[in-house]
Design a protein around this ligand. Structure first.
Ligand code: UFG
Length: 340
């Protein structure tokens, strides 16, 4: 049985990945500082899987504490999710973002070196493709023209990991570039429920659906897309989680860096998401058109064929499934709301 350390394992993508790992008989050690998650998620992971796992409340910036985890477990590989992830906040707090995401990762890598761990899957993002690539995005396209500090931390960490693999052939790293993860576990026990006013489309829509927010602002209706609104490649978080297990399975085959897009290969507009959500929930989502959001691109989606070819992974859930599961989760969080 392989022992997988999951940093940020209580977060949105991390928690779904832990479920998938446990259901595939991996032993899981979760490290999380709960900065953007909560201890109840751990109970939910246990309720879904009926499996035990180790947990450490630990910030990656606290290297002494982190070192304890490596001392107490024989770790075969790491899936590294932990990091700050709000694009707008990263523009306002660049030092915090660079320090947290880059230094946290460097501490983790130093501990890996010290304890002879040399396999890692990194939670990267389609944001590293920047502004200048044609769509669909392919893994061999140039990266780094990022438009905000959050995205730049992802590009920097990708670079650090590639440099490490170049200098030490014993290391094996996978960079997984996610597109737009939404949806939730079908049990409704884990999902995405950010504090405060959400930045991202689906959490915003679900808060409009529950009556917490009055209407959705659709940022831009004059893009050159099918209906003028922004187009993204939305992917069900459970498909993404399964992609991580596939990545871990082939992580031990050989060393070096491998890069995979995790997307569906299909773009959906904001209005398409709104309409599909309304159909799945039966709840109308009032919206108004607002100016374009700074830094947004009109349209992008993945070329997802490399992961299919090499990892034997393909997204299975539809946009309707994603909307249904997001709604199911949020209803379970906020009983007695519209639609109950
Ligand atoms: N949108 C709205 N109204 C909202 C929120 C979003 O119209 O209230 C629109 C955006 O303009 C965009 C689409 O919905 O067209 C998706 O926006 P999100 O904020 O949900 O997602 P982004 O594509 O902007 O960003 C996501 C992640 C980032 C990641 C990026 C790159 O949030 O972490 O994808 O793949 F870097």
């Amino acid at each position: 049985m392989k022992h997988i350390l999951v940093t940020g394992g209580a977060g949105f993508i991390g928690s779904h990945t832990c479920v998938e790992l446990l259901q595939n008989d991996y032993s899981v050690i979760i490290v999380d500082n709960f900065i953007n998650s909560s201890p109840e998620v751990l109970d939910s992971i246990h309720r879904i899987t009926k499996k035990d796992f180790a947990f450490y409340q630990c910030d990656l910036l606290d290297e002494d504490n982190l070192s304890r985890v490596f001392q107490e477990h024989s770790i075969d590989a790491i899936i590294h999710f932990a990091g700050l992830k709000a694009v707008g906040e990263s523009v306002r707090q660049p030092i915090r973002y660079y320090f947290n995401n880059v230094s946290g990762t460097l501490n983790l890598l130093r501990q890996m070196e010290q304890h002879g761990v040399n396999r890692l899957v990194f939670s990267s993002s389609a944001t590293v493709y920047g502004e200048n690539n044609p769509i669909p995005y392919r893994e061999d396209m140039p990266t780094g023209q990022t438009t905000n500090p959050y995205g730049t931390t992802k590009a920097m960490i990708e670079q650090i990991l590639q440099d490490q693999c170049k200098c030490n052939s014993q290391w094996g790293v996978m960079l997984l570039r996610y597109f737009n993860p939404i949806g939730a576990h079908p049990s409704g026990l884990i999902g995405e429920n950010p504090n405060g006013i959400p930045n991202n489309l689906m959490p915003y829509i679900t808060q409009v659906a529950t009556g917490k927010l009055p209407y959705l602002n659709v940022f831009g209706n004059d893009y050159s897309t099918s209906d003028g609104t922004g187009v993204r490649d939305y992917i069900h978080v459970c498909d993404l989680a399964r992609g991580h297990v596939k990545a871990v399975e082939s992580l031990f085959d050989e060393g070096g860096t491998k890069i995979y897009n995790l997307g569906t290969g299909r773009g959906s507009s904001v209005l398409e998401v709104v309409k599909t959500f309304e159909q799945q929930s039966g709840v109308p989502i009032p919206y108004q058109f607002a100016p374009r959001r700074a830094g947004d691109l009109a349209e992008y989606y993945a070329d997802a064929s490399k992961a299919e070819r090499e990892l034997n992974w393909q997204a299975e859930y539809s946009l309707a499934d994603m909307c249904r599961d997001s709604w199911n989760f949020i209803q379970k969080q906020t009983p007695n709301t519209t639609g109950e």
